[in-house]
Design a protein around this ligand. Structure first.
Ligand SMILES: Nc1nc2c(ncn2[C@@H]2O[C@H](COP(=O)(O)OP(=O)(O)OP(=O)(O)O)[C@@H](O)[C@H]2O)c(=O)[nH]1
Length: 247
């Protein structure tokens, strides 16, 4: 069919396969132009998304792959790229763990929503950067259902770290390997990481990415998340100030 040939041609340019662990691949789809309203102005981002899957045979057309898989059931992450991310010397990067309650509902039990908004603002202000929005990171990767239970346990007086442990999870279950592969795919130059979490910096370096700056982002403090923010400094090692990076 003519349409299938046209779509196959489009997809072969639009969807890229990045080799990942063992027999798996990361499938990256994009870019799609996305106008995003930030502080009252519309800015043009390029939207990519990706998921990890067993590598498909080179003979299978992508259109058949898309039809064969129930893609709506996948954990699909996004990259929102601004400016000349591929080649500019400096690029801001925010690696943001999905937070259904904070990012979508505006919950003040955490600082996630304001951190995301702040990162968008910094990126458009600087002119080049990207947000990596990680779907499989909800609740520091314990998932939404377990996060709801962890919140309930916190009502007994336990903190975020203790609540995770009570229900059998680690303090922080997040992994970043696939994200760094996607960052590498989109950009080879150094990145300026917007984060308070030194583990993200460490993991980036292990993945061979040059982090030229770490920019802390303590925003969104409220009376509801004071304890949560305190625990980040006292127990999970989050940075209070931007560290000086030696090149
Ligand atoms: N398990 C658990 N996860 C939470 C809780 N509150 C927020 N989160 C999740 O924590 C993740 C964000 O992690 P944070 O520790 O706030 O920040 P970070 O990503 O380590 O560091 P930054 O880069 O500075 O934002 C999101 O996935 C939230 O859904 C909680 O009480 N329990």
């Amino acid at each position: 069919m003519r349409t299938d040939i046209q779509v196959e041609k489009l997809l072969s340019e639009h969807v890229k396969q990045i080799p990942y662990r063992h027999d798996k691949s990361i499938y990256v789809s994009g870019p799609v132009a996305l106008p995003v309203a930030i502080a009252g102005q519309v800015h043009n981002f390029k939207w990519y998304c990706w998921f990890v899957e067993e590598a498909i045979s080179p003979e299978e057309p992508l259109i058949a792959f898309v039809r064969r898989h129930r893609l709506e059931e996948r954990q699909v992450s996004s990259a929102l790229v601004y400016g000349d991310f591929e080649t500019q010397d400096q690029a801001l990067v925010r690696i943001h763990s999905t937070c259904h309650t904070g990012d979508i509902f505006g919950s003040e039990k955490c600082d996630c929503g304001p951190q995301l908004k702040h990162a968008f603002e910094r990126i458009v202000e600087q002119g080049t950067g990207a947000i990596f929005y990680l779907a499989n990171h909800e609740g520091r990767s314990i998932g939404l259902f377990a996060k709801n239970i962890a919140y309930k346990i916190q009502e007994l007086g336990f903190d975020t770290v203790q609540a995770n442990e009570i229900i059998g999870y680690g303090i922080d279950e997040r992994r970043y390997e696939e994200t760094f592969k996607v960052i590498r795919y989109l950009r080879s130059g150094p990145i300026q990481l917007i984060t308070n979490n030194p583990e993200k910096v460490e993991e980036a370096r292990k993945a061979g990415i040059h982090v030229s700056d770490v920019l802390v982002n303590w925003v969104g403090g409220t009376i509801h998340n004071r304890n949560y923010m305190d625990v980040k400094i006292k127990k999970t090692g989050h940075l209070q100030v931007s560290p000086v990076i030696s090149s």
